[in-house]
Design a protein around this ligand. Structure first.
Ligand SMILES: Cc1cc2nc3c(=O)[nH]c(=O)nc-3n(C[C@H](O)[C@H](O)[C@H](O)COP(=O)(O)OP(=O)(O)OC[C@H]3O[C@@H](n4cnc5c(N)ncnc54)[C@H](O)[C@@H]3O)c2cc1C
Ligand code: SF4
Length: 328
């Protein structure tokens, strides 16, 4: 690990002022991803601005929305009574990730910006466009079992590793941001980028911008929402495929549905095509399969990850069938 300066701040204004002075500085949350990357010298910021002192409050607002401070620990969010009651999909997603120790350290802001688990990204002997722009991508013709099947490019086929963000995508969460040019809000589904020809750009944050909170809109509250993660081991493994889902059925038909996928793309993947295919249809296994096929129709599997296509379809059908109370 290379030498670096460290400063702890208590407010977004202090954090942004420091970051503006040194655009090579990085914000530090729990450090569970960034410090690992610094140890491997994959990242080498000159200075760290510790933002764990900014708001970690989880507040239910008068309109029923919930505002989660960016410094709130993953454990605190998963254990919060309002979130467990109204947004159980989010609590389940968080609890399916990492370990209790890591969730106790990891922050909401840091979780959004954790970096891919592509093996070649962590191996500085490998070619990686995300690490070194224009270097090439050893994953495309290499060992690519864990890689993406949707929204890939000829530059990068990495996946976004977060479980939490898949639930946030399904819940229409809003990212609150503060920065040198003021505050702004971005829907979570527009916050992360697809790789295109610039896979080093992973989110739409501008220089020195800081995540200050995540908002869960009241309209997406539901005691039914759920999250299922399929992985190689029962714990301590990233998703091969995951599904965040909620379903409203009226008169045997799908009145509303929320569906997002993890482990399949460079960003949390909101399954808009499947949702559109389902609305108004009978809440049956056949409809769920048709919707899953609509979403996966554009999948472009690589040599080792074609299994993700049927796995994603089966997981979507199984989760929706459970929510509908029909047998999958
Ligand atoms: C062994 C292991 C297993 C894991 N398994 C899983 C898993 O199964 N599922 C899963 O989802 N995750 C998993 N993780 C990842 C873990 O969830 C992330 O490391 C964690 O969420 C990152 O949060 P952090 O606060 O520690 O971020 P940090 O490591 O501190 O920071 C991560 C990034 O976010 C930036 N950042 C931090 N806060 C802010 C802010 N407020 N505004 C702007 N930028 C900010 C930092 O500059 C950095 O780029 C695992 C991690 C480990 C080490
Ligand atoms: S898939 Fe992306 S992260 Fe992995 S080696 Fe290729 S460019 Fe790098």
């Amino acid at each position: 690990m290379l030498a670096f300066d460290y400063t702890r701040v208590d407010t977004p204004a202090e954090a942004i002022a420091l970051a503006v002075r040194d655009l090579d500085a990085r914000y530090l949350g729990g450090g569970t991803n960034l410090v690992d990357l610094m140890r491997e010298t994959i990242e080498a910021p000159r200075s760290l601005i510790d933002v764990t002192g900014i708001s970690d409050e989880i507040v239910v607002q008068q309109n029923g929305a919930v505002l989660i401070g960016a410094a709130a620990k993953n454990t605190a969010v998963a254990e919060n009574a309002a979130i467990r009651a109204q947004f159980p999909m989010l609590a389940r997603a968080i609890l399916s990730g990492a370990s209790a120790q890591i969730r106790n350290m990891a922050t909401t802001g840091g979780n959004l910006l954790q970096r891919t688990r592509c093996y070649y990204f962590y191996d500085d002997a490998a070619r990686c466009n995300k690490r070194v722009s224009g270097a090439g991508c050893d994953a495309i013709d290499g060992f690519n079992r864990i890689h993406a099947i949707l929204g890939t490019s000829s530059s990068c086929v990495a996946t976004h590793p977060s479980d939490m963000c898949v639930a946030l995508a399904a819940l229409d969460a809003i990212v609150h941001i503060d920065g040198p040019e003021g505050q702004r809000m971005i829907p979570l589904i527009d916050f992360h980028c697809l790789p295109d020809d610039q896979p080093q750009i992973e989110a739409v944050l501008r220089p020195a911008e800081l995540i200050t909170a995540i908002e869960l809109p009241a309209a997406s509250a539901s005691p039914r929402g759920t999250y299922r993660k399929v992985r190689d081991r029962a714990s301590y493994a990233f998703a091969l495929v995951s599904v965040a889902a909620d379903l409203t059925i009226e008169g045997g038909r799908v009145a509303d549905v929320r569906l997002a996928l993890g482990g399949v793309a460079h960003k949390p993947w909101r399954a808009f095509k499947a949702e559109a295919a389902l609305r108004g249809q009978p809440a049956t296994e056949a409809s769920f399969l048709t919707a899953a096929e609509a979403e996966l129709a554009d999948a472009q599997p690589l040599r080792d990850n074609a299994f993700k296509v049927p796995l994603a379809k089966r997981t979507i059908v199984a989760v929706l069938s459970d929510l509908a109370g029909v047998t999958a």
